[in-house]
Design a protein around this ligand. Structure first.
Ligand code: ADP
Ligand code: MG
Length: 150
């Protein structure tokens, strides 16, 4: 299975979905979050942080393109929104390691950070409080993760 769709009807349900992703994820996994402003990319990331036992509030790293949170494993949260048209080596590779989870918002602006195996989560805004999450995976480990999310 390479694709799965899940809908949520509140922010809390999206937090729960993020928790489940974090609990089933393996160190080194990379998640690309696609969707318009306000879709719920940061909200899903908050849930992933909760699943890793991170107590600090996760916000959009608007001024810091990369934020690192320490939980049961590190969470690397990248929001590349402000990097549109910036084609330079950011040196992030030095910070990201395969012992943690990496979540990237606006990954199209940082293609150099996207490994061949990853999970893409596309978020669509359906109504004020409902969202559709479509998961696409590349790689066997990610297919297993998708099975667990069903
Ligand atoms: P993005 O990072 O994609 O720009 P945010 O996560 O910052 O989006 O914002 C999503 C907004 O939508 C938040 O204010 C959140 O409370 C609200 N919201 C309402 N319903 C949902 C839902 N089902 N899932 C996620 N967010 C929701
Ligand atoms: Mg955001």
């Amino acid at each position: 299975m390479k694709e799965l769709t899940i809908e949520t009807y509140s922010r809390d349900e999206t937090h729960d979905l993020g928790r489940r992703i974090a609990q089933a994820a393996k160190p080194g996994m990379v998640f690309l979050l696609d969707g318009d402003l306000g879709a719920g990319k940061t909200t899903l990331t908050q849930g992933i942080a909760m699943g890793l036992g991170i107590k600090r509030n996760v916000t959009s790293p608007t001024f810091n393109i990369l934020k690192i949170y320490h939980g049961t494993m590190p969470l690397y949260h990248i929001d590349a929104y402000r990097l549109e048209g910036v084609h330079q080596d950011l040196g992030f590779d030095e910070f990201l390691d395969d012992g943690g989870l990496t979540v990237i918002e606006w990954s199209e602006y940082v293609p150099q950070l996207v490994p061949p195996c990853h999970m893409t989560i596309t978020i669509e805004l359906l109504e004020e409080n409902s969202r559709r999450f479509t998961f696409h995976v590349e790689g066997e480990e990610y297919e297993k993760l998708l099975e667990e999310l069903k």
